[in-house]
Design a protein around this ligand. Structure first.
Ligand code: IMP
Ligand code: MG
Length: 182
């Protein structure tokens, strides 16, 4: 990657605009409020991809809310998942005292959330739900369903609003298709 032109050329098309994201995040906040009805929750963000979604979603809920972060790394070769998932940073809360809501950026093969959900459910939270910004159901290898998916997208590699390609493009305010063409 040598120039700003090359960098921008990789942004093939905008799939979800900032306005569409803002509206959907508001709805997700209202969904969470309606489920927990004043009961305190712990929002758990899976880093790094979900950090932008988490920042907006935690401000869209009105129930008493704490935040937690864990780092689950899915290993990629280019834009292809290798299927290896590693927890590189764990939560510092004892989740047995909480209604836990996982805040994820995207469910692709389903492997990451399947592993994370198994691990966290074994710690006996009061309840456990998953909200994902994006869902790519065509790519599923492990059967995993979120309680809420804000957008369902086709089998494109996407960037922006927290999602990266080789650590770049996370700061785009919209979600775009990445162009793999050299
Ligand atoms: P899964 O384990 O295959 O479901 O992959 C989940 C993780 O892979 C996500 O949390 C993302 O961090 C990453 N990922 C999957 N698809 C994409 C994509 O299209 N763009 C960027 N990251 C992705
Ligand atoms: Mg992720």
């Amino acid at each position: 990657m040598n120039s700003i032109k090359e960098y921008n050329n990789k942004i093939k098309q905008v799939l979800v605009t900032k306005e569409q994201i803002d509206e959907a995040v508001k709805k997700a906040g209202a969904y969470i409020d309606s489920i927990y009805d004043g009961r305190p929750i712990l929002l758990v963000s899976i880093l790094k991809g979900a950090f932008v979604f988490m920042a907006d979603l935690c401000r869209a809920v009105t129930v008493p809310c704490e935040v937690g972060f864990m780092c689950a790394k899915s290993y990629y070769e280019g834009t292809i998942s290798t299927g290896v998932v590693k927890i590189t940073m764990d939560l510092d809360q004892d989740i047995s005292k909480y209604h836990v809501v996982i805040v994820e950026d995207i469910i692709d093969t389903g492997r990451t959330l399947n592993d994370v959900a198994k691990m966290l459910k074994a710690r006996n939270p009061i309840s456990f739900r998953v909200v994902t910004l994006l869902d790519k159901p065509d790519r599923r290898i492990v059967d995993f369903k979120a309680d809420m998916a804000l957008f369902t997208i086709p089998d494109y590699f996407v960037i922006g609003y927290g999602l990266d390609c080789a650590e770049k493009y996370r700061n785009l305010p919209y979600i775009a298709e990445y162009s793999a063409v050299e």
